[in-house]
Design a protein around this ligand. Structure first.
Ligand SMILES: CC(C)(COP(=O)(O)OP(=O)(O)OC[C@H]1O[C@@H](n2cnc3c(N)ncnc32)[C@H](O)[C@@H]1OP(=O)(O)O)[C@@H](O)C(=O)NCCC(=O)NCCS
Length: 173
C-alpha cells in the first residue's frame, strides 16, 4: 500500500469481533499494553458489546481503499479528554498507516464531539508508537504512572489538530 493512499474510517460493529480479538492479542500489542495478559474470547466478547453500547467510547476500524482492514483506534472519555488506543495489523506496520489512523480518527473525534484534548499513554520503550503519535501532531505532555508502570503522556489539543494533520499526506478528510 502506498503511503499516499487514503484510509477509510468507519465505526466498528459486532461483525468486527473476530478481527479485533486477533489484533488485540497480537504479541507486540500485548507487550505494549499496560495490561499485557492474553485476552480470552469470552472476555473480549463482553468487552466489545459493552464498548459498542457505551456512548462515551468511540471505536473505529480503518481500511484501505480496497476495503482491507488495517487497524483500529479507540477513544474513551476520561476526565476532560479522550484517551486513545491504537493498533495496526502486524502485516501493515511501518507503512505510515498508524500515524494516519491517529490523525484521521482524532480529527473525526474533534468534529463529532466538543472535547478539547486527546491523550495517549505510551510505554517509554514503544518507539513506534511515540513516533506515530508525534507524526500525527501529538505533543509531549509529561510522564505518568499507568497500572504501576511508567508512561509517557502525549496530547493533541483541538486548536493544534487541524494545522498539524495538514502535514500528513493521504488524509481522506
Ligand atoms: C504503534 C503502531 C500503531 C504504529 O503503527 P505503524 O503503522 O507501524 O506506524 P507508522 O508506519 O505510521 O510509523 C510512524 C513512525 O514510527 C516509526 N516506526 C514504526 N515502527 C517502528 C519500530 N518498530 N521501531 C521504530 N520506529 C518505528 C516510523 O518509521 C515512523 O517514523 P517517522 O515519523 O519518523 O517517519 C504499530 O506499531 C502497532 O500497532 N503497535 C502495536 C500496538 C501499539 O503499540 N499501540 C500503541 C499503544 S500506545
Amino acid at each position: 500500500m502506498s503511503f499516499m493512499t487514503p484510509l477509510r474510517l468507519r465505526a466498528a460493529t459486532v461483525a468486527d469481533i473476530q478481527l479485533l480479538w486477533e489484533w488485540v492479542n497480537d504479541p507486540v500489542t500485548r507487550q505494549m499494553s499496560f495490561a499485557s495478559k492474553t485476552i480470552p474470547w469470552a472476555e473480549h466478547c463482553s468487552w466489545l458489546h459493552a464498548r459498542l453500547a457505551d456512548p462515551t467510547s468511540l471505536l473505529f476500524v480503518a481500511s484501505t481503499a480496497a476495503e482491507i482492514p488495517v487497524g483500529q483506534a479507540r477513544y474513551d472519555l476520561q476526565g476532560d479528554g479522550f484517551l486513545i488506543d491504537v493498533s495496526v495489523d502486524p502485516a501493515h506496520r511501518r507503512q505510515g498507516i498508524g500515524s494516519r489512523i491517529i490523525a484521521q480518527a482524532s480529527q473525526e473525534v474533534f468534529a463529532r464531539t466538543s472535547i478539547c484534548a486527546i491523550y495517549a499513554y505510551i510505554k517509554p520503550f514503544n518507539k513506534a508508537s511515540l513516533r506515530a503519535f508525534r507524526r500525527a501532531g501529538f505533543l509531549e505532555d509529561g510522564e505518568d504512572m499507568v497500572q504501576g508502570q511508567q508512561a509517557r503522556r502525549l496530547v493533541l489539543r483541538r486548536a493544534e489538530a487541524s494545522s498539524s494533520t495538514d502535514l500528513l499526506p493521504g488524509d481522506s478528510q
